[in-house]
Design a protein around this ligand. Structure first.
Ligand code: SF4
Ligand code: SF4
Length: 354
């Protein structure tokens, strides 16, 4: 039993799948950016991308289910050659399914992608976009020079197409450093005020996400001698009220090769679903057999249950009044890095950055 399972058991909790509501597909590790917090280790030189053959096998499986939503992530999912083909096939299903694109915004300005916003709008694709702050310094520190300006421009393009009004556009905040996110409602109000005032940008919701100590963010913590301290912060802020809303409960996560996992984080840690013959692919799974399946956990799971959780719940999650400090000794970088308190109203959102 790992430390996370022990903690669940100590609170008389267990973690099992419920009915599947979301098929989250990580189409690969290729990305135009290489952010310091990336849990996928994505970047421009990565070669792992989903083939059309794998897309077809996923569609053939998906069409026989009643799962209402498909959530495309990466990397920059838009960069795989068959991204539009994938969406067109999903939208051609009857009944049609809801599609989410995890977008880093800057990809929409790259050569070869400039008509993508129109394509996404035309297919009524929901956009969940990474935007770690409403000021340039924090965004550029985490995502690279010039990313803030590019993100602003892309948001303006999306707004001009109806995103933020009649098409859903949500932003995702994650801390620029080894601390937990501040209160979501407060940050959302700040984002809305600042982005509207300075750039005329509107969006629907802001989701706050805790950085999980895996992949590139774990290396960053290790390099700065902060891994243990950060893990302790997550442990100290364990909130049992988050467990019933964790995304792994109603999601199936699929890799670019079609392998199946409980979530995108487990995917990056190679915590595959197995049977007696080896790793399972989506097309090996009977959707009816997923419900009540035990979820594989590890110490990284404390990242999803710290404080108010990682925007994974469907309801208001109270932060315990006794919760210890939400920061390591590293001072947060204001703005976009304040401490927490109160409760946070949340909608379901898998805790994935892009
Ligand atoms: S965090 Fe998102 S945008 Fe940044 S490198 Fe990773 S996948 Fe790309
Ligand atoms: S990392 Fe989070 S979403 Fe994944 S299995 Fe653990 S608790 Fe669930």
């Amino acid at each position: 039993m790992n430390r996370f399972s022990e903690t669940l058991a100590a609170h008389s909790l267990s973690l099992r799948h419920t009915k599947t509501e979301v098929l989250q597909v990580n189409v690969g590790k290729l990305c135009n950016l290489a952010c310091v917090h990336c849990h996928v280790n994505a970047g421009p030189k990565r070669k792992e991308i989903m083939t059309r053959q794998t897309i077809d096998r996923i569609i053939d499986w998906f069409v026989h289910t009643e799962i209402p939503t498909i959530d495309l992530t990466g990397g920059a999912p838009e960069m795989i050659p068959d991204f539009r083909y994938f969406i067109e096939r999903v939208k051609a299903m009857r009944p049609s399914r809801h599609v989410i694109d995890r977008c880093n915004l800057t990809i929409l300005l790259e050569l070869g992608y400039k008509d993508l916003p129109q394509f996404l709008a035309g297919h009524e694709v929901e956009i969940i976009a990474s935007m770690p702050c409403y000021t340039p310094d924090n965004v550029n520190a985490q995502r690279g020079a010039g990313v803030f300006d590019g993100s602003i421009k892309a948001l303006q393009v999306l707004n001009s197409l109806g995103y933020g009004t009649h098409l859903p556009l949500h932003l995702v905040y994650n801390p620029v450093g080894a601390f937990l996110p501040g209160p979501q409602a407060e940050l959302e109000a700040d984002y809305k005020r600042e982005l509207k005032k300075h750039f005329g940008i509107i969006f629907n919701n802001l989701y706050t996400i805790t950085n999980l100590p895996i992949a590139r963010f774990a290396s960053y913590l290790r390099h700065n001698n902060k891994l243990e301290e950060y893990m302790q912060l997550l442990l100290d802020n364990f909130n049992p009220a988050t467990v019933s809303g964790l995304m792994c409960r109603n999601t199936i996560s699929v890799s670019w090769t079609g392998e199946v996992f409980d979530c995108d984080f487990n995917q990056m840690l190679n915590m595959n679903w197995h049977d007696g013959n080896g790793v399972l692919h989506l097309w090996d799974i009977d959707p009816a057999m997923v419900e009540n399946r035990k979820i594989l956990t590890g110490s990284h799971c404390f990242g999803c249950t710290a404080g108010a959780g990682s925007s994974t719940s469907l309801r208001c999650v109270p932060i315990p009044a006794t919760a210890p400090s939400r920061r390591t000794s590293e001072p947060s970088r204001k703005p976009c890095g304040r401490g927490a308190g109160g409760s946070i109203c949340r909608k379901f959102l898998p805790p994935v950055f892009c």
